[in-house]
Design a protein around this ligand. Sequence first.
Ligand SMILES: [Zn+2]
Length: 327
Amino acid sequence: MAIPALRQNPGTYRAADVPFMDPGVHFPTFAQYWVPFPWGAVRSGITNTCNFDSFLAHLIWMHRRDPTYFAKNLNLFNSRAENAIKALVGLYWMRIPQAFAMSTRAHFIWRNMLLHDHNQQQPFLGTTRDGPGGDAVVNMAGSHRSSVFTPLSDSSLMWFVHTCYCRESADPSDRFETVLAADIGKLVSGEYDTRKSKLKCKACEVPFNSRHRPLVSPSTWFVHFPADNDDGRSGRPIFRLREIPTIIRLPELRTGREIEFELGFVAYGTTGSPRNPLTHATSIHWIDNNYFMYDGMISDGALRFLEDGKEPPASMGQPEYVMYFRK
Ligand SMILES: [Zn+2]
């Protein structure tokens, strides 16, 4: 099975690889490590960044809370996207970073990485005019898939293992149908059926003996589950925020260790209408046993507390995917 190439000593870090952090970055609550992460407005020169803002804002928070996290958990031998993450979280070493200046730099670091992603650079080459005759501004309109999941696919792999008389095969995430958020419970309890787990091997004609819990690799530092299939026709009920487990465990290849992943955030999206075709992506972040709302267009992207027991406001639209990070 093709495990992505890992660096030496994955899972460990050298002090020299931990980015500098001002000792003043020390706060009484976890939520205070959050830095407002504004959406890319026209005057910043880069816009329509909401499809990756929730992800970047969350990574920056993780880094400030624990500056060793990415030094320890970015384990791919040579990943352009992981290198971009190191560069952009490293900008946030000040106690009070300048929110607009820093988010603009972070947006451009991410864009430059995407431009080098040769599988899919086309969507990111566009510019938009700020009104008739206005300045050109880099337009990042796209999807979570193109701006986050594709460039980081080796960092979020899961494998399902199937055996028959003639062989053992391990199918990575991109070879099986995506596991939907509504099936997270089945997945972690080992009751999840992939399509292949119901089939017979064509060669030996024996039904596959399938593992119903996937394995993760040492390079897997996050896992994500969409709310629905791309075509939006899974017929699965849309889940409620508070039904989503906050911790899941998946076994690791080779070591067999149970790896804990903690809920990071749930991404939401509005649906465009003929009158307003623009959609907007926002998120709910799980921080210190509380839910917080994030919207890069509101309060400059500061966290806003979601009251106990409440579901996100309808204005946020529908859940689009659930994101967990290795603890
Ligand atoms: Zn067989």
